[in-house]
Design a protein around this ligand. Structure first.
Ligand SMILES: [Fe+2]
Length: 290
């Protein structure tokens, strides 16, 4: 496509993350702008656009151009007027800063919703309030992890599946906020099996799809073998060389692809400082997982 506007796209780390400058994100952004954003997400797996002013309607409209909006499973995280969106915040309803929440919540590596039959595909966060230092969001490239696996390990996991269950990683069940009876009745939280190596539907590149928070076990292996295999995959994947850490400023918008990136909330938010993001989560067609 011939672009009518100039955009500056630069790499944020050797294997992960592209920042796009010259983009103004909004509900009615042009097809050209959207395709520049989407292309950065496909190529970078994490796409960063700074200095934006996005409201809930903008987030919903952009989310719908990527896929289908997916409300957060934890009801009290949801935006009160826009339940398709949710907040990440360390500020409680009385305005107090919760220092424990700021530095512990979501601090384990994970991919959102990997435990669903159709896992989340993309999420993006809009920074509303950012600490003066600390509290990054950290990402690691599972494409890079996959392509650098030792040959024997790579051959071994081809065709294997893993069982994912919400908060029930291989080291045992984490404390997760309870589900409602209605949510349990949907069967959506009963866990799901997914191939350990996926071919990403957009980039057509192979990626590892396991994560310490929700991947419970490797199908067909006993507990000891499964744990040892997952240990080896995580040890390999959580390599600083494969990572990008995003240090937040208000107005930042960060998109990432859940299917080929693990993420976690970094620690170090100074006591009493606010860290607030508005989150949009999206699913896409599930065919790539089967
Ligand atoms: Fe997350």
């Amino acid at each position: 496509m011939t672009l009518s506007h100039s955009y500056d796209v630069r790499a944020l780390s050797p294997f992960l993350g592209l920042e796009v400058r010259g983009l103004a994100l909004s509900a009615d952004m042009s097809d050209e702008s959207f395709s520049v954003l989407h292309d950065a997400l496909v190529r970078g797996a994490v796409a960063v656009v700074r200095d934006q002013q996005l409201g809930p309607e903008d987030c919903k409209a952009i989310g719908r151009r990527i896929g289908k909006l997916e409300p957060h499973s934890i009801l009290h995280y949801r935006h009160p007027e826009h339940p398709e969106l949710s907040y990440i915040t360390n500020v409680d309803k009385d305005g107090n800063v919760d220092d424990y929440g700021a530095n512990e919540r979501a601090s384990g590596w994970h991919s959102d919703g990997s435990f669903k039959e159709n896992p989340d595909a993309v999420a993006f966060l809009v920074s509303v309030a950012a600490p003066s230092r600390g509290g990054p969001t950290e990402f690691t490239s599972m494409v890079r992890a996959c392509e650098t696996l030792p040959d024997d390990l790579r051959q071994r996991i081809h065709g294997m599946k893993a069982f994912h269950l919400r908060g029930a990683g291989w080291k045992g069940e984490a404390k997760t906020p309870p589900l409602t009876e209605q949510q349990k009745a949907t069967g959506e939280f009963n866990g799901a099996e997914h191939p350990i190596v996926l071919v990403h539907p957009w980039s057509k590149r192979e990626t590892l799809f396991v994560n310490p928070s929700h991947t419970n076990s490797v199908v067909g292996l006993d507990k000891a073998e499964s744990d040892a295999l997952l240990d080896a995959l995580y040890e390999h994947s959580i390599n600083p060389e494969f990572q990008y850490h995003h240090q937040w400023r208000p107005g930042d918008v960060v998109f990432w692809d859940q299917r080929c990136v693990m993420h976690r909330a970094g620690r170090g938010t100074p006591s009493g400082e606010k860290r607030i993001m508005l989150r949009t989560m999206v699913t896409c067609e599930p065919h790539h997982l089967n």
